[in-house]
Design a binder for this molecule. Structure first.
Ligand code: SAM
Length: 189
């Protein structure tokens, strides 16, 4: 069984957008308790690698191809730890299910969610290889279009996907950006 119901959302996103391949290198942001890590580890298999990051501690998984970092993705320190762990080969896929603690105040929750999504986009620009894919959760609202417009030129296309496993009432959706157009430029190149 999976640690979180959200595992089914990643399976649906993968079926819709063909994200996870054997041997792929995956970065999973907001990974606790680890449902997406379980799905990604299965899909990439033993030749692939999955790196998960979360504010919360992630109980270790049986899978040998998974590593985790405990940290805040809005923190430069966490970002550099992640870049070190991913290494020069870069990543094929960045997936982010990061969500803010909900206040119930709609515009605040939306703004915080967009902020986290932008962190994921920044990390993707640092680690994703050319041709790589980005999937990022965001709550619908007034700043969604701006976010989408910023992501769009970096990929072949970006679209909104609402997995059936997301609760019906929920305003959450995923931006699926396929096919990064250019490779990251490392400092010093
Ligand atoms: N995909 C996960 C799974 O399948 O188990 C569920 C993720 S849960 C919906 C959202 C996660 O985002 C929470 O565990 C939360 O701690 C994490 N999160 C929120 N803000 C974060 C931040 N700034 N840095 C790292 N993780 C963050």
């Amino acid at each position: 069984g999976y640690r979180a119901r959200s595992a089914y959302k990643l399976q649906q996103l993968d079926e819709t957008a063909n994200l996870l391949h054997r041997g792929a290198s995956v970065v999973d942001l907001g990974a606790a308790p680890g449902g997406w890590l379980q799905v990604a580890a299965e899909e990439v298999g033993p030749e692939g690698t999955v790196v998960g990051v979360d504010l919360q501690r992630i109980k270790s998984l049986d899978a040998e191809n998974v590593e985790t970092i405990r940290g805040d993705m809005t923190d430069e320190d966490t970002k550099s730890k992640l870049l070190d762990l991913v290494g020069e080969d870069g990543a094929d896929v960045v997936i982010s299910d990061m969500a803010p603690n909900m206040t119930g105040e709609y515009s605040l929750d939306h703004a915080r969610s967009v902020y986290l999504a932008r962190q994921a986009f920044e990390v993707a620009m640092d680690v994703l290889d050319a041709g790589g894919d980005l999937v990022v959760k965001v709550f619908d609202g007034q700043d969604l279009q701006d976010l989408k417009d910023d992501i769009d030129p970096e990929f072949q296309y970006v679209r909104e996907v609402r997995p059936q496993a997301s609760r019906k009432q929920s305003s959450e959706l995923y931006l699926v950006a396929k096919g990064r157009i250019t490779a990251p430029v490392s400092v010093g190149d």
